[in-house]
Design a protein around this ligand. Structure first.
Ligand code: HXC
Length: 510
């Protein structure tokens, strides 16, 4: 028996060493943790249960029969984050560059099946040279099998990807399907084709970092959600995100006890909106002052900054916040903002997270660039997402709600449950000056007349009372009472039961 145990321990030890000391040293030299060290940071101490530690690849070509490493380049298992169950896979770059073989893919698929059965999130730590070149189509099949699992899990369990090294070619599409992508600055990159192929095909010279580094994807493309300084920071932030999320689509998010009283009034909010309607203010301030203890988890903080998306809590319950940001592009909606917010709203709706929307929007961004790139269909995504969402929806118009953007931003007409406005809200087809220049075109040139008409239009529409008079606004509230009114509303809507008509699935404008 002793001998058997010693053999078992020896095999375990060999598997734990992955590609060996030298490759581990290279990994550390790049400022990266190993696959197992990453799991140590991600999961509660002692909670990790590993599976398939002894699985090996079945490839015999190119001398692979002699090169077998226990575990085959991916560590899989379950564990807990602050006591709540999660499933994980962590690719081991020290084993064949973390490349994905048939067996490696089978392990990822297995963990996804287990997560679906148990109803718990899957977190994938990606660090891989892509398809195992020696295996050819078997590796490609493996990728497709993983994609199919990702698709089936979408909207059922939260899926989180952390890119901690290379992620290239078709390998990018598994993370792309998942709900959140985090990247590590300087050590991770994602692209469909690398700089060499780009040079050959388009003659563009671009570095790996410029083409698909963490900054590129969290600022320009919006493919990734947040960029972190290093492995440890990224993993700690995944833990923090998981704390906001329910385990699956049948559960509510966890209850976080708070000392922050639901009736807390923030008098400073009464002066948040400047007197000058064209002067910006930071919408973050409103979010921070309304949520429990100012604890906000922003999603895509550096992409499409004209809209803010993220999670906070009210009375200990997770809420998804969507808010126009007057500090950037005056808070108008453009293609990137619409796409960013639409995906966030759909995530919240999948996972029973109520949505609170703060509106200060002068309209959609005009221009040929926007029209040619399809603002019509891209903007419709956000409209569609808000309209189909059946979770509790509370909206506060802080200042402007003009034109189509008024409709889009979780208006009453899109089944908003509680729609409030602050006293200085302006709900109109457009700003007063623009409106007058259209309906009184004949008066253009006569400054006095235009000014008088503008005053008249402003007096009529630059307030919330016409909308409130029609019941489109349920109440005009004082800014300092926002937290209390939201908290009460959410309490009231706790058992909201709203469905959509039966359909196989919708055909949202993609
Ligand atoms: C097998 C691989 C591998 C791969 C790396 N290795 N990628 N083995 N299949 N795809 C091995 C290397 O042989 C090496 O083995 C070890 O991993 C580390 O690789 P290095 O090149 O030394 O590391 P580094 O310099 O950091 O470069 C990392 C890299 C590079 C940029 C990822 O290895 C690379 O370009 N690999 C190929 C990438 C690629 O073309 N993959 C296929 C993409 S297409 P030793 O034994 O020396 O340690 C794809 C299709 C998916 O993925 C389609 C799905 C639909």
């Amino acid at each position: 028996m002793k001998e058997i145990l010693a053999r078992l321990e020896g095999k375990r030890q060999a598997a734990r060493m992955g590609g060996g000391e030298q490759r581990i040293a290279v990994q550390h030299g790049k400022g990266k943790l190993t696959a197992r060290e990453r799991l140590d940071v991600l999961l509660d101490p002692g909670s990790f249960e590993e599976y398939d530690m002894f699985m090996e690849h079945r490839c015999v070509d190119f001398g692979m029969a002699e090169q077998k490493i226990s575990g085959d380049g991916v560590v899989i298992g379950s564990g807990t984050i602050n006591g709540r169950l999660v499933y994980v896979f962590s690719q081991d770059f020290t084993v064949f560059g973390g490349s994905l073989s048939e067996t490696h893919a089978e392990k990822i698929c297995k963990i996804m099946d287990m997560a679906m059965t148990a109803g718990a999130p899957v977190i994938g730590l990606n660090d891989s040279g892509g398809a195992r070149i020696q295996e050819g189509v078997a590796a490609l099949a493996g990728y497709a099998n993983v994609f199919q699992k990702n698709i089936m899990a979408s909207g059922v369990i939260p899926q989180i990807s952390v890119i901690m090294g290379p992620c290239a070619g078709g390998a990018v599409y598994s993370p792309a399907i998942t709900d959140f992508i985090f990247m590590v600055k300087d050590s991770s990159y994602m692209f469909v084709t690398g700089p060499d192929v780009v040079k050959t095909v388009t003659n563009e010279t671009v570095t790996q970092e410029e083409l698909g580094g963490a900054i590129t994807h969290t600022v320009k493309s919006g493919v990734a959600d947040v960029a972190f300084e290093n492995d440890v920071e990224a993993l700690i932030q995944v833990r923090r995100l998981v704390d906001f999320l329910p385990l699956n689509n049948r559960e509510k998010s966890p209850d976080f006890p708070t000392f922050d009283h639901a009736d807390r009034e923030e008098m400073s909010l009464d002066t948040l909106v400047p007197d000058n309607p064209n002067k910006p203010y930071d919408m973050h301030e409103l979010i921070h002052k309304v949520i429990d203890e100012g604890d906000f988890y922003e999603i895509q903080p550096t992409h499409a900054k004209n809209i803010i998306t993220g999670f906070g809590r009210i009375e200990g319950q997770t809420v998804g916040f969507v808010a126009n940001q007057p500090m950037v592009l005056a808070g108008c909606l453009d293609i990137n903002a619409s796409r960013k917010a639409a995906r966030f709203v759909r995530f919240c709706d999948c996972f029973n997270i109520p949505i609170v929307t703060f509106v200060d929007v002068p309209g959609f961004l005009p221009g040929t660039r926007q029209e040619y790139d399809g603002i019509i269909k891209q903007g419709a995504k956000l409209l569609f997402a808000f309209g189909e969402a059946t979770v509790p929806k509370i909206t506060i118009i802080t200042r402007k709600a003009y034109g189509g953007a008024y409709d889009v931003m979780a208006s009453k007409h899109l089944r908003g449950d509680l729609n409030f406005a602050w006293p200085r809200a302006e709900i109109a087809v457009m700003g007063a000056k623009g409106a007058v220049e259209i309906i009184f075109r004949a008066d253009i040139g006569d400054e006095a007349k235009i000014e008088a008409r503008t005053q008249e239009y402003s007096a009529k529409f630059a307030n919330p009372f016409i909308a409130a008079g029609r019941g489109y606004i349920d109440d005009v509230i004082m800014p300092h009472a926002s937290r209390r009114r939201i908290a009460r509303g959410l309490r009231m809507l706790k058992n909201k039961d709203l469905g959509n008509p039966w359909k196989k699935h919708d055909n949202m404008p993609l």
